[in-house]
Structure formats: structure tokens, C-alpha cells
Design a protein around this ligand. Structure first.
Ligand SMILES: Cc1cc2nc3c(=O)[nH]c(=O)nc-3n(C[C@H](O)[C@H](O)[C@H](O)COP(=O)(O)O)c2cc1C
Length: 197
């Protein structure tokens, strides 16, 4: 069992967060979840479901731990609390910029900062398009300090048939980066046999 922090911020892509949490819990991993205020609002808007209703399903699982983004006294605020990795999904340009500047005034930013100082895996599913120079510089800076910059860019070589499939596979890629293999992970096996079909 792994212990993973999942941070949700106010970028588009709440479905990805939902899928990351779903897959982790299904596989029996511990999820330590924290959302920004805008993350909560965008999730409710995109899923057309009250945020509390989305959370209720997860809260039934004892592996799911919920934190307030203002609670800097939380366990995941400290490097002494053992964690296997952190994924911010989706990661807004605002949160990206704060992490890149070392600003740690929220639990999400503090936990990300701790991940970097403890040399633990930190995956940032940065979501914005197009990207300006500030976004790109922040991503490059954090990549140099060890974060994995992983915009949710779907793969099509495995021919996904539904939006759900694209979401699940993109979420699975993030988990793979944390060393967690899931059934939804699209593996390219090198076969070209049926390209003309
Ligand atoms: C519906 C909606 C979609 C948004 N999508 C994005 C996005 O894809 N990327 C982004 O960087 N900001 C996006 N924003 C803006 C962020 O929510 C805003 O910058 C916010 O301050 C980010 O704060 P947070 O990082 O603490 O969640 C969106 C806002 C709304 C209302």
C-alpha cells in the first residue's frame, strides 16, 4: 500500500482528479486529499454535482483522508510524515507559480514544497492553454528541482473510444509516474500489425 497526497486546484480537469482518487482507492492505496477553494468550485461546476456530494462517495472509504487547505498544522505539512508521492491534479498556473516561488501559505503548496525538499515524487498535472512565458519558466524551474511536469495530454495510439477512457488513461499515467501501475495504463507493445485495418 502506498500513501499518496492528491491536491486539487482550480484548473479545468476535475474529472482527472476524480479518476486519480478512484484508481488509488480501488487499488487499496491511501489518499490524502486537499482542495483549494477554487478547486472545489470548479469541480462542482464541471461535474455538475455539489462538491460535498462528490466527496461523500470517497469519504466512505477509510483509506481516504481529507484536509483543509488552510490547515498548515496537518500531518502532510511536515516532512516527518511518510509519504510516497504527491500529485496535483489539475494544477492551476496560480498554484504552479506559488510552488515555483517557494510560497507555502496553503497546505497544497506547503505539501508540494515538502515533497521537493524531501526528494519525493511530485507530479504536477499543469493545465492551461496556450501557455505564456511565465507558465513555461515556472514549469522548467520546477522540473529542474525534481517535479514531474505532466500536462494532461491524452494519447490516441491505443484508440480510446470515450472521454472516460481518455480521462482514466491520463490519470493512470500520472499514477505510473508515482510507481503505481493500474489497469487503465495504456501500454504500447510495439506491434504495428493492424495499422492498415
Ligand atoms: C471554470 C474555471 C476554469 C478554470 N480553468 C483554469 C485552468 O485550466 N488553468 C488555470 O491555470 N486556471 C484556471 N482557472 C483559474 C483558476 O481557478 C484561478 O487562477 C485560481 O485563482 C487558482 O487558484 P488555486 O490554484 O488556489 O486553485 C479556472 C477558473 C474557472 C472558474
Amino acid at each position: 500500500m502506498k500513501r499518496v497526497i492528491v491536491g486539487l486546484t482550480g484548473a479545468s480537469g476535475s474529472l482527472l482528479a476524480q479518476s486519480v482518487i478512484d484508481q488509488l482507492l480501488t487499488l487499496g492505496h491511501e489518499v490524502h486529499f486537499v482542495a483549494s477553494k477554487l478547486g472545489e468550485k470548479v469541480m462542482a461546476y464541471e461535474l455538475e454535482t455539489p462538491y460535498e456530494t462528490v466527496l461523500a462517495a470517497f469519504k466512505e472509504n477509510p483509506l481516504f483522508h481529507l484536509y483543509d487547505n488552510d490547515n498548515l498544522f496537518a500531518a502532510i505539512s511536515s516532512g516527518s510524515f511518510p509519504i510516497d508521492g504527491m500529485c496535483i491534479v489539475p494544477c492551476s498556473m496560480g498554484t504552479l507559480g506559488k510552488i515555483a516561488s517557494g510560497i507555502t501559505d496553503t497546505l497544497i503548496c506547503r505539501a508540494a514544497d515538502v515533497s521537493l525538499k524531501e526528494r519525493r515524487p511530485l507530479v504536477l498535472m499543469t493545465r492551461e492553454t496556450p501557455l505564456n512565458g511565465i507558465h513555461l519558466e515556472n514549469m522548467l524551474k520546477l522540473s529542474r528541482y525534481g517535479a514531474v511536469i505532466m500536462p494532461p495530454v491524452p494519447a490516441f495510439y491505443n484508440r480510446p473510444q470515450t472521454v472516460t477512457a481518455i480521462v482514466e488513461q491520463t490519470a493512470a499515467r500520472a499514477l505510473r509516474t508515482l510507481g503505481i501501475m493500474t489497469e487503465a495504463y495504456p501500454v504500447w507493445n510495439g506491434e504495428f500489425g493492424d495499422v492498415d485495418e
